[in-house]
Design a protein around this ligand. Structure first.
Ligand code: XLS
Ligand code: NI
Ligand code: NI
Length: 438
């Protein structure tokens, strides 16, 4: 075993809300049972490799600030292997049961695809050993189809057919590696699948290619017997002006149009929801209504900044809303609460990685407690049920069962004369009800 990267930090434990120890959980008590499942099973927390172990904390105006003493600054396989061991020390001390990575986060890209694949295999060996040593599992794998210059025009939607081919080859390997590491899922985030100007873009052809690409992925998944869940991750813009997977509704439409609904669910990210002009709650409800809520990328944006700041989620209203929909949907498994979040450029010390995750985990643990209590209380659900009670009998029930036509509706209203009176929506009262539990 190499020297510890975090020698002063012990395993993070639950100490309860009274604790003033910043390196403890105030709300996340992994073994505590809520509604028949432990908090660990409900929340299925996951740490992302790209932000936590590869982000140098640069911004468009300045170089990286992160201090990562274990990193020798080279792109060697050896450095990548050391980093993998550090990652597992971190995740183990934190007590998160899962992690997620892109192929290029964990191992360096070489000049040829075959050499790059060898590099990946060399690091995957370490990841596998560390998974076995710690019991930490892979929530999902993915391929980075956006960083290398070859992907400047996109990957599956590139105007260059060779680039499509390269992307296919890369995803093939990433699927094999994800299977090897017993990953529970695989994410497709369309990094540069979109356009920056329509003047040079054949939108229809690009979307058709993306549909074909995903079908090839489905075929290969079957071929190798990978059983994990496939996800698409919506995002409206950044890096392109318009990403084809712009929001949950656009993704659902795409999946239906290309006959892929049976094979994909959605990985919904808070900051992407807000960039699309929606709340996370909205996006989760739309996904859930389609039976396609798969997993979440737990983070948050900044109301004053219009880009994907990927901050750790700390707002308990946000996490409570997420957990209300997730509990109503029957839970997040086999997905998870994946912290696609990075510490601020000013939070450059290794210990800040712990603070970010601890605060995020506590915020979600609180959200879970609040949502479970609201559900147990029942007033919110009762209100909604009652609000729609005119659909439970009479004309409402007949409409829902598809028995009536416009002619029947006309007959009904002519006979009845007036509609039943409307009732108040009581928004303020309901907001107050939520506050009772926060
Ligand atoms: C970028 C995305 C990315 C995906 C994985 O904005 O959130 O990090 O989650 O490719
Ligand atoms: Ni994400
Ligand atoms: Ni993002």
């Amino acid at each position: 075993m190499a020297a510890s990267a975090f020698p002063k930090i012990k395993k993070i434990r639950y100490e309860g809300p009274q604790s003033k120890n910043p390196l403890s959980f105030k709300y996340y008590n992994e073994d505590e049972v809520i509604k028949g499942k432990t908090m660990k099973e409900h929340l299925r927390f996951s740490v992302v490799y790209w932000h936590t172990f590869r982000n140098a904390l640069c911004d468009p105006f300045g170089v990286g600030t992160a201090i990562r003493p274990w990193d020798d600054g080279t792109d060697s396989v050896k450095n990548a292997q050391t980093r993998a061991r550090v990652a597992f020390e971190f995740i183990e001390k934190l007590g998160a049961p899962y992690y997620a990575f892109h192929d290029r986060d964990v191992a360096p890209e070489a000049k040829s695809l075959s050499k790059t694949n060898q590099n990946l295999d060399a690091v995957v060996k370490v990841l596998k050993a560390e998974q076995e040593r710690t019991g930490i599992n892979l929530l999902w794998g993915t391929a980075c189809l956006f960083a290398h210059p070859r992907y400047m025009h996109g990957a599956a939607t590139s105007c260059n057919a060779d680039v499509f081919a390269y992307a296919g080859a890369q995803v093939k390997k990433a699927l094999e590696v994800t299977k090897e590491l017993k990953g529970e899922g695989y994410v497709f985030w369309g990094g540069r699948e979109g356009y920056t100007t329509l003047l040079n873009t054949n939108l229809k052809r690009e979307m058709d290619h993306l549909g074909q690409f995903l079908h090839m992925a489905v075929d290969y998944k079957k071929k190798i017997g990978f059983k994990g869940q496939f996800y698409i991750e919506p995002k409206p813009k950044e890096p392109t002006k318009h990403q084809y997977d712009s929001d949950v509704a656009a993704c659902l439409n795409f999946l239906r149009e290309y006959n892929l609904m049976d094979h994909f669910k959605l990985n919904v990210e808070t900051n992407h929801a807000t960039l699309a002009g929606h709340t996370m709650h909205h996006e989760l409800e739309v996904a859930s209504a389609a039976g396609a809520l798969g997993s979440i990328d737990a983070n948050t944006g900044d109301l004053m900044l219009g880009w994907d700041t990927d901050q750790f989620p700390t707002d308990v209203y946000l996490t409570a809303h997420c957990m209300l929909t997730i509990l109503k949907d029957g839970g997040i498994a086999p997905g998870g609460v994946n912290f696609d979040a990075k510490v601020r450029r000013e939070s450059f010390e290794p210990i800040d990685l712990f603070h970010g995750h601890i605060v995020g985990m506590d915020a979600f643990a609180r959200g879970l407690r609040v949502a479970a209590a609201i559900r147990a209380d029942g007033r919110l659900a009762d209100f909604v049920e009652k609000r729609y009670s005119s659909w439970d009998e009479g004309i409402g029930a007949k409409i829902e069962s598809g028995e009536v036509s416009f002619q029947d509706l006309e007959n009904y209203i002519l006979k009845k004369g007036k509609t039943a009176k409307n009732e108040s929506g009581r928004q303020e009262l309901l907001e107050g009800l939520i506050n009772e539990f926060i």
